[in-house]
Design a protein around this ligand. Structure first.
Ligand code: IPM
Ligand code: MG
Length: 357
């Protein structure tokens, strides 16, 4: 029996609702398979803890997570706490502390979900965005001087390192190689940003030599938005900087019909530390407690977690179940359905039990 130690951090807003749904599906998969199980520990970290104690997690929080096989994360952010505090108080220290440098964001149009693009359906849009997750525009480098005075200055310095860029390029080329089309698009802005981005392009060309069977092209980030809308079929695996990929992945989610179904994995490819899996959608306070949060993004990221843990069949089974339930029209209101979180979750668990795989 393989047992996986999972740290659950449901955190804020609809986080607890979708993580509960995700854990229920993982439990159903373990029971269906019979050869693995989960040992889940829940952590009450998040904005409520911040309001009571002044910190979103304990000082040794990252240390406490070290011994887990994976982290299953809900959402962080509260209307009455500034966003940069919640982000830098919980999610980024984990991503950066565990050097989860590859952020992997698959996008597909699930059956039954309507893309805003005309004449585009499942199969026309099947992308994986690889986001550099440890440096770039999110390095946290910069400062403020002469605060409040007319001559105040603020700097926000993007950091690109040869090590950082090389490893994310390798990860992206390897991922592209593992997909049927073996095709990578490297996103850049080296026309305007002539230092870090030019190095990014050079390293992409160098790393491409190691992958002669992968074809690749290069896109300026602004033109990339147009290509994503006009020729979605022309893209497959995409690699971009931390900020560029942040923006492109929102566009990708919208083109696939809803950000409510978009998952993300924060991966330490070297497996020195636990990787972290989370839905992209955020805490969504407007629907918190209403029981209508869409659990699909969390199921999808749970499938990414299973893949990472080596439970490849269970990951496939989960996605088959999700696609079947979407195709049957059992969906939450954000994607045009009338079902509750519980109804979607129960239907997915039922489909897991019945899945042929
Ligand atoms: C994402 C989110 C975060 C980011 C926010 C919540 C800071 O938009 O995961 O894409 O920008 O990284
Ligand atoms: Mg984002």
């Amino acid at each position: 029996m393989r047992e996986y130690k999972i740290a659950a951090i449901p955190a804020d807003g609809i986080g607890p609702e979708v993580i509960a749904a995700g854990l229920q599906a993982l439990e159903a998969l373990a029971r269906r398979d019979g050869n693995f199980s989960f040992d889940v520990t829940s952590f009450d970290w998040g904005s409520d803890r911040y309001k009571k104690t002044g910190a979103l997690m304990p000082e040794d929080g990252v240390e406490q997570l070290k011994t887990f096989d994976a982290i299953f994360f809900g959402a962080v952010g509260a209307p009455d706490v500034p966003d940069h505090i919640t982000l830098w108080g919980l999610r980024l220290p984990i991503c950066q502390g565990f050097d989860q440098y590859a952020n992997v964001r698959p996008t597909r149009i699930l059956p039954g979900i309507h893309s805003p693009l005309e004449n585009i359906g499942p199969g026309d849009l099947d992308w994986v965005i690889v986001r550099e997750n440890s440096e770039g525009e999110y390095a946290g480098s910069g400062g403020r001087a002469h605060k409040g005075l007319p001559e105040e200055v603020g700097t926000e310095v993007a950091i690109f390192t040869r090590v950082g860029v090389t490893r994310i390029m390798r990860y992206a080329f390897r991922l592209a190689q593992s997909r049927p089309r073996k095709f990578l698009t490297v996103v850049t802005k080296s026309n305007a940003q002539r230092h870090g981005m030019v190095m990014w392009d050079e390293i992409a060309a160098e790393v491409s030599q190691e992958f002669p069977d992968v074809s690749w092209d290069k896109m300026l980030v602004d033109a990339m938005t147009v290509r994503m809308v006009k020729q979605p079929q022309s893209l497959d695996t995409i690699v971009a900087t931390n900020l560029h990929a942040d923006i492109l992945s929102d566009l990708a989610g919208a083109l696939a019909g809803s950000l409510g179904v978009a998952p993300t994995a924060n991966i330490d490819p070297e497996r020195r530390y636990p990787s972290m899996f989370e839905p992209i959608h955020g805490s969504a306070f407007d629907i918190t407690g209403k029981g209508i949060a869409n659990p699909v993004a969390t199921f999808w990221t749970a499938a990414q977690m299973l893949d990472h843990l080596g439970e490849v069949d269970a990951a496939k089974r989960l996605m088959i179940a999700v696609e079947q339930v979407c195709a049957d029209g059992v969906m939450t209101p954000d994607v045009g359905g009338t079902a509750t979180t519980r109804q979607v979750t129960d239907a997915v668990c039922e489909a897991i039990r019945g899945a042929n795989l």
